[in-house]
Design a binder for this molecule. Sequence first.
Ligand code: CP3
Length: 341
Amino acid sequence: MSLFLDAANGANTPRPPIWIMRQAGRYLPEYRALKERYSFWELCRTPELAAEITLQPIRRFGLDAAILFQDIMTPLPPMGLEIDFIPGPVFKTPVRDAEAVEKLVIPDRDEIAPYVAEAIRLIRAESPVPLIGFGGAPLTLATYAVQGGGSKDYDEFRQFLRYAPETAHALLEKLTEVSVRYLKLQVDAGAQAIQLFDSWAGLHDARTYREFAKPYNTRIFEALEDYGVPRLYIAVDALHLYGEIKDLPCEVVSVDWRTPLSQVRPLLPGKVLQGNLDPAVLLAPEKVMKEEAERVLRAGLGGPHIFNLGHGIMRQTYPERVTQLVQVVRAFDRTEVAERV
Ligand code: CP3
């Protein structure tokens, strides 16, 4: 076993394991060097490159888990959606009506992304730490597919949910089925945990979440039940949804930086908490960063904890800060501090 898998399965480990959302990416010079030679999709679709990028932060920092280098958009082009990255995803033709949903293909499992299975096998052969696979939650994938790309308030998508709820459900159905196939493919290839990214769930009120997100997330997690891998979930800015999220059949909930873990703990009984340093704190001076990281470590006491940021690492972050952060987390002794409290 490993510190990460132990904590993800509910153990109160002597210190929390640490990994970082978006730990592979543009803040690393070795990633930028590859990005100069290849497009984002080329990096994703070439198993050797995807494996290399996944392992870059592992070699550099001594993190406790690797996360597969791909994007939540990876399974969508085989459904018939053309997507460019500039640098966020942009859909050539957004999905706006029943006919467009009807046309979406549900590919066979082995046609979704064979290169992902190959990348996972390459990573497993080399990685000293467990590998986390991942996918986008159906509501978040639908948000991008309907809006057509990133947006300030996702107005098109939120209008679509109200004008065409049945079409929205048909779209969510298809995205759920493809996600289940895609995540099973990752676990079969060797992924040792799965995180579902529901980045935009927090836009909605609890009623809307209950109708358009919860049943689909539940189905995905239930489909993975027999695979025996820990299931992780993140919704950002979603404190108002924890009354629903607490029921999801997953082991771990990742919490953003807005609320201390000690306040979240009673809202999510039985869940492992992951998080939740503000990514902006990695832009602060070393001393400030250390104090803030220790505050998160102490707030995480009282139950199983996986240390992470509250959302993805920022592009301007100095890699050195991550080195220092890993040192702080590794030096923390949960048993000792718990006795002192
Ligand atoms: O965490 C990792 O290191 C694994 C790789 C990973 C990427 N995207 C690579 C990537 C993961 C886990 C994701 C998830 C993802 N992608 C999410 C969910 C997490 C979140 O942030 O809420 C979302 C919403 C996306 C969609 C997406 N892809 C966006 C919004 C962007 C632009 C990001 C930005 O910072 O501008 C991307 C592109 C992307 N995905 C990059 C990387 C490394 C940058 C591409 C580049 O190099 O130009």
